[in-house]
Design a protein around this ligand. Sequence first.
Ligand SMILES: [Zn+2]
Length: 883
Amino acid sequence: MRTDQDQPVRLADYQPPDWLVETVELDVSLHPTATRVRARLKVRPNPSARAAAPLTLDGDGLTLKSIKLDGRPLSADSFTATPDKLSIPQPPQRACLLEIETLVDPTANTQLTGLYRAGATYCTQCEAEGFRRITYFPDRPDVMAIYTTRIEAEKADAPVLLSNGNLVASGDVAGTTRHFAVWHDPFPKPSYLFALVGGALGHVEDAFVTMSGRNVALRIYVEPGKESRAGFAMDALKRAMRWDEQAFGREYDLDIFMIVAVSAFNMGAMENKGLNVFNDKYVLATPDTATDADYASIDAIIAHEYFHNWTGNRITCRDWFQLCLKEGLTVFRDQEYTADQRSRPVKRIADVRVLRAHQFVEDAGPLAHPVRPDTYREINNFYTPTVYEKGAEIVRMLKTLLGAQGFRKGMDLYFKRHDGHAATIEDFVGCFADATGIDLTQFMRWYRQAGTPEVAVTMSHDAKARTCTLALAQMLRPTPGQSVKEPMVIPLAIGLIAPDGHDIPLTLADGRAVERGVLVLSDPAETFVFTNVGTRPVASLNRAFSAPVKLTANLTPDDLHFLAAHDSDPFNRWQALQTLASTLLTDNVKALRAGNPMRTDGGLVAALGTILADPQVEPAFAAQALAVPSEADIARELGRDVDPDAIFTARVALRAELGNALGAALRDAYRRLSDGGTYSPDAASAGRRSLKNIALDLLAASGSSAAIALAARQYQSADNMTDRLAAVSTLSLYPVRERQAAIDDFYRRYQSDPLVIDKWFALQAAIPEPATLERVQELTRHPAFSLGNPNRVRSLVGAFTQMNQTQFNRPDGAGYAFLADTVLALDGKNPQVASRMMTAFRSWRALEAVRRARAEAELKRVAAAPSLSPDVRDIVERSLAET
Ligand SMILES: [Zn+2]
């Protein structure tokens, strides 16, 4: 582990690499504790870099066994080697062959980066800086090389040996019990895309014919015995491959595409060239073990990693500051894939919920940073909602500004111009400017300025002049390191809706066109006047959430009800209801804190009742409408002086009101949607189940004992995990005898299945009761729990800190202390996961005074701990920094 105080890395200091690597030949001899890695690197000075530069390679915890240059061992005085660096001060200034032998211990590697063991399987994770834990290398994405990898292992331990590219040779090692495989990847790639797997694995196989008629073998490797759970992932892969051909003209390029599912993984999945390595949570699914949400995640993540083959691998990032170049773009691509495969409006609603819950919150707190940061201490801490989700929103805005055709032209130019290169954001945006002739200079501020823009809209109508005026103003608050902000380019898709429910044609008084219904706000304030508007319309603003902003407008409750009923944009129909609910909830939180009575909103309840009863409404949409803002949503809307107990109380009251007032309609919906037939994970079936289960949940929220009995029955009789987990989740909210019975039964049923036991941990961690912290602490000693497995940590500790607002934020600070203790215990083993857990403190400054002081004390306790990892130290110091 690196414990030195690393200097910050700055984008402004970027220099091209002094040395390039043309080819890498690796020979890896797998051993549980002493894996020998021989690397033969053809290196040459970079003609566009400094002259006569030393040859310096990165390392991380390495043991050098031998080193040769052009076939001759280097004398001890001609190089220096530490675990973290190998340097040859005066190398010959010409192409040469560097041979390095290192020894690594995969079993002792609990960080899960570099070469490690997931159970008995050897696997690698090299993004962002894991390759340097395998061998010394210029470990930066702008060094792209051709890799040939020979792997050798005991046949009995690792009958399957995989690496990037195509298999070119394999066989037994004569006179031993070992065997080998040689893989060659013809595409130049950065070291972070290297992968190697060795183990006893089963697999499923399929084939894909690309649009130009090439045959590609498809294989998904899993633990032996779990092959039958990989069918949906394989189906998703084939659909993703076809979609990328149709939507972006992108074809797969190797003879084989492989996915390996492993049980110990820091992230979701990794797009290594031709050999994706996945957290098995995002591969394995059967109706009895995976929920509809799990199936949807598998579909999206399989597609995401596959799409990286072009956006990330063929065109990679010049440096880690450009991370959003591959991640924002690829998230946008996977969102579009899902929208085409499932329901576009429901997908958009779900994505915006995620954006607001994670990215808006990050943007409003001490960890706010630009989509392209200009400095970092630990790059692993920048795999954030801002880089991913806001990065995707920026790409979406490009499409909104340029139109579908202009966007496609820009993408085509990007693929043509930069294939095989390590590119920058300027390269990417430049392609859209060049392809369409549109100036995107000001648009680049989206990459540079942190924070969520706030847009205020005032609509006025002049009946006599038959005009309607929209006055728009934008504001961006200061964020850490950025006290002064410049105006952004904000594309606002809008509509003006006449009293009969139809959109009025948008005709601007000054003759400017409103292309595709999108107003572009680029000044601090602008006014748009529309002509030929006889009666007062209702403005539908930021349709489909065309810009990732916080929007306020002078819409009355009646306007919002009108939008909920009539807007042709389904996103804004949903948004209108969310705005009504959110206003009610924040008003009630304030009332509770002032000792005043809460109010009700009969109009909101009636509007939700109308949606529930309308057979034309897509069930998945109705479920989104009935899902009232989460506790975290309400906290975000309040922004300061947050009291999680008051939020909880207000939200419980609204859910009870909905359950009571809509009881008959909810029971009717539950009955109507209960006869699903054989389980299928498709979007329409999943939508029906989500509406049925939210109906059950709201009925229980009304305090009805019949609903508790119904949930208990559904738990027992469910023929799929979605319905079973929904039932026990509803039961878990109430101190009823059926709750513990179901929790115990759940464990008995699924104890041999770690992924389902993750759900069992999360379920208990989320119970909103004072006894939960003790329960969670007890569960950390459960035999199925391990700090060494990221999925277990996320399911228990992550669920407690993220899903249980009242208990994590206990006024006595015990929830914060538990998290701090866990982070300190985990940091020595797995700093990446520890620092990720630590981000649960990201909104501590928004809390009311008592909790804020408790949180600050725990942050300071962690900051004072000896030998913190750079990962945790970075998060803690930024969290505590004065703004
Ligand atoms: Zn990605």
